[in-house]
Design a protein around this ligand. Structure first.
Ligand code: HGY
Ligand code: MN
Ligand code: MN
Length: 408
C-alpha cells in the first residue's frame, strides 16, 4: 500500500513532547505521575482527540486512542515516561510514530477490518515500584503488596506519589478489567545501543528481548576512625561493594560476554571523609536473553557476595526489586516486518534487544513485534540521545505498512 507518514508532523510532535520535563542538565526528567508527566499526559490526550480517535485511560493511567471496529485489536505504542535526566526519543518514538500511523490511516480513510489502538503505558522505566507498572497492570499482573510496600527510587512512598493523581491502589489493581482483546502489539523504539550504527543499517528487527534481575543490596561492616584503624582491622563496607562490583563485572566479561551487569546507584554510609564506611547499599541488575543464564548468574553473584562478606568481615543482604523474563517476539510478525522492509527497500538486520520494553510484558497475551532505529553513538538514557530523522521516517513508514498488513 503506497502510503507514507508525514515526517515533519511526527518530528514536531516529538520535539513538542520533549519540551515537557526539561531539567537543568539539559535532559528530560519525566517519571510517571510527576508534574511533568501529568502535563505530558494531557498533551498526549489532546493529540489523540485531535486525530479523531476515541480516547481511553485505564486505572493505571495507561492511555489509549482507538479507531472504530470490532474484533481483536492491533495495538502499537510504547511509553512517554523517562528515566532521570533522560533523552527525548526513548519511548516517545514508539507512541508518537504509532499515533502518526493511525492519523495517516484515518486521513486516507483506509479500509481496515480490525480496530487499531495507539498505547502509552505508565512507568515503563521502573522509576516507581518495579519495571513496567502500566503494562503489567494492563495485564492484571501487579501484586497489591508491591504497591503498598512500594518505596520509589526517589525514597518517596508510592502512596505519596499517587496523592497528586487520580489513581489509587484500587484503580491500578482494576486496570486490566476493561482490557480489549489484543491480537498483536507493535513497538518501534530506538535501539539504545551501537549495533545498527556499526552495521550501518537503518532498521533492526528484534527477535528477542533480554530479561532482567534487579536487586537492592547491602554490605554491612563497622564504622571506625579513618586515622587510627589499621587497614587490616577494618570492616569497610565500601570495599566490599567495590570488590563485588569489579568481580561480578569481570565474571560476566570473561565467562558470559554479551550479557550485562550494572551497579547504577550506591549509598555509602555514614558518608564522611574521616569515617570508614560501615554500610554500603547499592542497586544491582543483570540481564540476559537466556533465562538459564540469568538463573546461573543469580546463584554465582549471591555466592560471590557471601564470599566477599566473609573475607572482609562483613554481612551481605539483598532483596529482589524486579525480575522480568526474556521474551521472543512473534516469528510471524518478524517475517511480516522483513517482507515489508524488502518492499520498502530498507536494509535491516535481526537482533536482540538488551533493553527491556513493554512488548516483553504484552507478549504474554498477544503476538508482539519490535522495530529498532539506530541510536547515534549507541547512546541512550542520556541527554545526548540522538537519532537521524530519516531513520525514524523509515521506521515509522515500516510500522505503518506492518499495521496495515495485520489489520486488513
Ligand atoms: O531499563 C530498560 O531496559 C528500559 O529502558 N526500561
Ligand atoms: Mn524505552
Ligand atoms: Mn528506557
Amino acid at each position: 500500500m503506497d502510503i507514507r507518514i508525514n515526517l515533519n508532523r511526527l518530528k514536531e510532535d516529538i520535539e513538542s513532547l520533549s519540551q515537557i520535563g526539561r531539567d537543568p542538565n539539559g535532559g528530560i526528567t519525566r517519571p510517571s505521575f510527576s508534574r511533568a508527566d501529568l502535563e505530558a499526559r494531557e498533551w498526549l490526550k489532546e493529540k489523540i482527540k485531535a486525530v479523531g480517535l476515541s480516547l481511553r485511560q485505564d486505572g493505571a493511567g495507561n492511555i489509549f486512542g482507538r479507531t472504530d471496529g470490532e474484533g481483536k485489536t492491533i495495538m502499537a505504542g510504547s511509553h512517554i515516561d523517562t528515566v532521570i535526566n533522560g533523552g527525548m526519543f526513548d519511548g516517545s518514538v514508539g507512541v508518537l510514530s504509532a499515533l502518526e500511523c493511525l492519523r495517516r490511516i484515518k486521513e486516507e480513510e483506509l479500509e481496515v477490518s480490525k480496530p487499531l489502538e495507539v498505547a502509552a503505558f505508565t512507568d515503563e522505566e521502573g522509576n516507581l515500584v518495579g519495571d513496567f507498572l502500566g503494562s503489567r497492570a494492563f495485564l492484571g499482573q501487579v501484586k497489591r503488596e508491591i504497591l503498598e510496600k512500594g518505596i520509589t527510587q526517589f525514597g518517596t512512598p508510592f502512596e505519596k506519589i499517587l496523592e497528586g493523581t487520580e489513581f489509587t491502589y484500587d484503580t491500578i489493581m482494576s486496570a486490566h478489567e476493561h482490557r480489549p482483546d489484543i491480537e498483536a502489539f507493535l513497538e518501534i523504539h530506538i535501539e539504545q545501543g551501537p549495533v545498527l550504527e556499526t552495521e550501518n543499517k537503518p532498521i533492526g528487527i528484534v527477535d528477542c528481548i533480554a530479561g532482567k534481575n534487579y536487586r537492592w543490596c547491602s554490605f554491612l561492616g563497622r564504622t571506625s576512625h579513618a586515622g587510627t584503624t589499621p587497614l587490616e582491622l577494618r570492616h569497610d563496607a565500601f570495599l566490599g561493594l567495590a570488590d563485588f562490583a569489579l568481580k561480578s563485572t569481570q565474571h560476566v566479561a570473561t565467562k558470559h560476554y554479551g550479557n550485562m551487569v550494572t551497579v547504577g546507584k550506591i549509598d555509602v554510609m555514614p558518608g564522611a571523609f574521616n569515617i570508614v564506611p560501615g554500610q554500603a547499599d547499592f542497586s544491582f541488575e543483570f540481564r540476559s536473553t537466556s533465562k538459564e543464564t540469568l538463573e546461573e548468574l543469580e546463584k554465582y553473584f549471591l555466592a560471590l557476595a557471601e564470599d566477599i562478606a566473609s573475607t572482609r568481615g562483613l554481612k551481605f543482604t539483598s532483596k529482589i526489586l524486579d525480575k522480568t523474563d526474556p521474551v521472543n517476539t512473534s516469528p510471524r510478525i518478524i517475517d511480516l516486518i522483513k517482507e515489508e522492509c524488502q518492499k520498502l527497500g530498507y536494509p535491516s538486520i535481526v537482533l536482540p534487544s538488551g533493553a527491556g520494553h513493554d512488548s516483553q510484558v504484552i507478549a504474554s497475551i498477544a503476538e508482539v513485534g519490535m522495530i529498532f532505529i539506530p541510536s547515534i553513538d549507541g547512546i541512550s538514557h542520556s541527554p545526548l540521545e540522538q537519532i537521524k530523522w530519516e531513520d525514524l521516517e523509515k521506521g515509522a513508514n515500516l510500522l505503518l505498512q506492518v499495521i496495515m498488513r495485520l489489520a486488513t
